[in-house]
Design a protein around this ligand. Structure first.
Ligand code: GTP
Ligand code: MG
Length: 169
């Protein structure tokens, strides 16, 4: 997969259902950039899935967002971010600190997401995967919300192969 350059000191929201590849993508960037509600839920309760810890996880995430954005350090938000009000909160933090905000949209077909989800240790219930997949916005919506750039995973996945094909012509 092609890995886009992210704006210096900005926020990057990963937007995609469970199993779509967000954490795999985030692992290509420095570890310190990543904030992740799953991680903070686990630190609070020993379970990534314990939704009762979402409020405390969100507080930890907000603290880190402010700590990093105020210093113009990159932040990669590795959560589903499929709900508009969640993205609005991220955009508000970036705006407050006058930092750019971009999105990476995991526009991965449902069948692929289901297969990737089924084939890993932590399997998320199918109905949750499907609900989140249905909520996926399109790039125009993300632009309208205020993201200055939107990278589509479908295009990032296509790029290396397209370049290889061009090189062999
Ligand atoms: P949640 O944390 O549940 O929201 O999922 P996620 O979006 O972070 O997905 P994750 O990165 O954990 O990937 C889910 C599974 O898909 C893992 O087993 C990955 O190894 C696999 N995976 C991720 N990206 C790709 C990809 O581009 N191709 C293939 N074949 N597998 C992938
Ligand atoms: Mg993940």
């Amino acid at each position: 997969m092609d890995v886009p350059d992210l704006p210096d000191g900005g926020l990057c929201a990963l937007v995609g259902p469970p199993g779509s590849g967000k954490s795999t993508f985030a692992a290509r960037y420095p570890d310190s950039w990543r904030v992740c509600l799953d991680v903070y839920r686990r630190l609070a309760t020993d379970s990534e899935a314990d939704q009762s810890a979402t409020p405390v996880a969100a507080e930890i995430q907000d603290l880190l967002l402010d700590a990093r954005l105020s210093r113009a350090l990159n932040v990669l938000v590795d959560s589903t971010n499929v709900f508009p009000h969640v993205r609005a909160g991220l955009l508000a933090r970036a705006r407050y600190w006058q930092r750019p905000a971009v999105a990476v949209l995991f526009d991965v077909p449902l069948s692929t997401v289901e297969a990737q989800n089924a084939d890993r240790d932590r399997v998320v219930p199918l109905h949750i995967v499907r609900e989140h997949h249905q909520l996926l916005p399109d790039a125009d919506q993300l632009h309208r919300e205020g993201f200055t750039a939107v990278h589509l995973v479908s295009e990032l996945l296509a790029t290396p192969a397209a370049l290889r094909r061009a090189a062999h012509r």
